[in-house]
Design a protein around this ligand. Structure first.
Ligand code: SF4
Ligand code: F3S
Length: 348
């Protein structure tokens, strides 16, 4: 079990944490005192969390320990009682098995799952037990299950074809409803925001049809992208290292999957809001979507069936740097409306 130092947070700490979390949730800062009080009350009960790992590279834990609103330390040691987490707890071997058995017996915890679940017998075992059986027991006894990162959501990279181990996401493998927080890795602010939401509101956030909280996955990257004016204007990067890349043009032709990826990456950002994929010059790879490695491969391949501004043929002919053609605004508007309509359909 992790060392507990008790609830050592001051009222000022809770105000700070509440302010940071509200920004992540996209709510008004005026709610800070209210959220701080609710969070303080919830933390007094030290809600239990059991965090289990299956087929993954532990990247989501790496991502989580870099959270800062609140920090992972505050969350793990002062707000929650993380009763089991293989990567950061001291126990190992039989002792770890005993800790897990004790944590699960209470049936009073939120289960966080990192990694996909191998469903072919013998392809994924811990301590002589099938991962699938461990998942059935630990998730089945939990008050709520949160699947973090693409691997836990739908198998992720380990489930890429040919997937000989039959790796599946938690909801699919167990046939149960879970909160899905995809991306590779999970954005720590979305995990923390979901946990804080559940603690303070006493219910799950509103989810889309893929089980993703709408507050974090409710809009397409393409609709919030700072390069969108270049897309609309027909200004594209066609080669890395070019002057168009230096000018920050749209990355669509370099394989950007932003038009089909639903997530708040442009707003939440990564690494304490330092930057995010498209801002540093990488096309979005679409990791917020199911089956992203197979569906969106190759990474730098242009998306098919996405209408460019002014129509695909015309846009390719426009070439680099020519922003406006006669009638483009009218035609572009019509095409963009069609693209938007397609996106709304996907969402439904
Ligand atoms: Fe941004 Fe990608 Fe859309 Fe271009 S295609 S505007 S880079 S999300
Ligand atoms: Fe993934 Fe695209 Fe965001 S690659 S992290 S969904 S910008």
């Amino acid at each position: 079990m992790l060392t507990k130092r008790g609830n050592g947070l001051s009222r000022r700490d809770f105000i700070r944490i509440a302010g940071g979390t509200l920004a992540t949730l996209g709510l008004s800062g005026a709610l800070t005192p209210k959220l701080a009080r609710a969070l303080e009350k919830a933390a007094a009960g030290r809600p239990k969390v059991v965090w289990i790992h299956f087929a993954s590279d532990t990247g989501c834990t790496e991502s989580f320990i870099k959270s800062d609103h609140p920090s992972a330390g505050e969350l793990v040691l002062d707000i929650l009682s993380v009763d089991y987490h293989e990567s950061i707890m001291a126990a190992a071997g039989k002792q770890a098995d005993e800790v897990l058995a004790k944590a699960v017996a209470g049936k009073d915890y939120i289960c966080v799952v990192e990694g996909g679940i191998p469903t072919v017998p013998g392809h994924g075992m811990i301590g002589g037990r099938e991962m699938l059986d461990i998942a059935k027991e630990v998730c089945g006894n939990a008050k709520a299950v949160v699947a973090i990162g693409s691997c836990a959501v739908d198998g992720g990279v380990p489930a890429a074809k040919p997937n000989p181990s039959g790796i599946k996401g938690v909801g699919d493998a167990l046939g149960m409803t879970v909160v899905n927080l995809p991306c590779c890795p999970v954005n720590p602010e979305w995990l923390v925001g979901t946990v804080v939401y559940v603690l303070t509101m006493g219910k799950l956030p509103e989810l889309d049809k893929k089980g993703r909280p709408l507050m974090f996955y409710g809009r397409k990257i393409h609709d919030n992208c700072p390069r969108r004016t270049h897309y609309d204007g027909g200004r594209f990067v066609e080669q890395f290292g070019s002057k168009e890349e230096a000018a920050g043009y749209c990355l669509y032709k370099m394989g950007c999957k932003g038009p089909e990826a639903w997530s708040e990456c442009p707003k939440t950002r990564w690494n304490s809001k330092e930057s995010w994929c498209i801002e540093i010059g990488s096309p979005c790879l679409g990791c917020s979507e199911n089956n992203w490695t197979d569906h969106f491969g190759p990474f730098y391949g242009k998306l098919a069936d996405i209408a460019l501004p002014y129509g695909d043929v015309t846009a390719d002919k426009i070439g680099i740097g020519l922003a406006v053609v006669t009638g483009a605004a009218i035609a572009g508007h019509a095409v963009l409306k069609a693209v938007k309509g397609k996106g709304e359909d996907e969402k439904k």
